[in-house]
Design a protein around this ligand. Structure first.
Ligand SMILES: [Zn+2]
Length: 173
């Protein structure tokens, strides 16, 4: 009996150590996309790339799913000052308010905070194009929004630099 028990223990510990090493080997592949700030929000809007292609316009797919950037000064909301909220164009989660928007003169809509104070916008280190930047994504669907910088002129000191194509304006009723 004792022998069987020790066998079970041995098997269980082998399985556990294999599980741990598999986990470690998986995480070594993510050196270029380290998560700085994660959220506990469920990813209830996750779709396959094929499904995203069907639901988004080609421009939205390029920016939201392939991390593209719209040309500066060309976005629909660059000089947009109506009262309301800005939702993720991918999943509809409300991300920013018109009160959080400010004119940064950088060519893209800019916000000094997000609606949930951090929970709805995920931040990830981005080392692409030879720069060290922090990418911002919709925490619910993983859609690329833009980048965040700590040179904002308001009290938060933050500048959420967002592609107009990544967001959809909802006027205040
Ligand atoms: Zn989203």
């Amino acid at each position: 009996m004792l022998l069987i028990r020790s066998h079970i223990f041995l098997f269980a510990s082998m399985f556990f150590s294999c599980f741990l090493s598999c986990q470690n080997s998986g995480s070594t592949n993510t050196t270029t996309n380290q998560t700085i700030k994660n959220t506990t929000m469920p990813n209830s809007f996750q779709k396959s790339e094929e499904e995203w292609k069907k639901t988004l316009s080609p421009e939205q797919y390029y920016i939201l799913r392939q991390k593209g950037t719209e040309r500066p000064g060309t976005g629909e909301y660059n000089h947009h000052n109506e009262a309301g909220t800005y939702a993720c164009a991918g999943c509809g989660t409300e991300l920013f308010t018109s009160e959080q928007k400010f004119d940064s003169h950088c060519g893209w809509p800019s916000f000094d905070n997000n609606i949930a104070g951090g929970e709805r916008v995920k931040q990830i280190a981005d080392y692409s194009h030879g720069m060290i930047r922090t990418e911002i994504l919709c925490a619910a669907c993983g859609g690329h929004l833009g980048h965040i910088f700590d040179d904002g002129p308001t009290a938060t000191g933050q500048r959420y630099c967002v592609n107009s194509i990544s967001i959809k304006f909802i006027p205040k009723k």
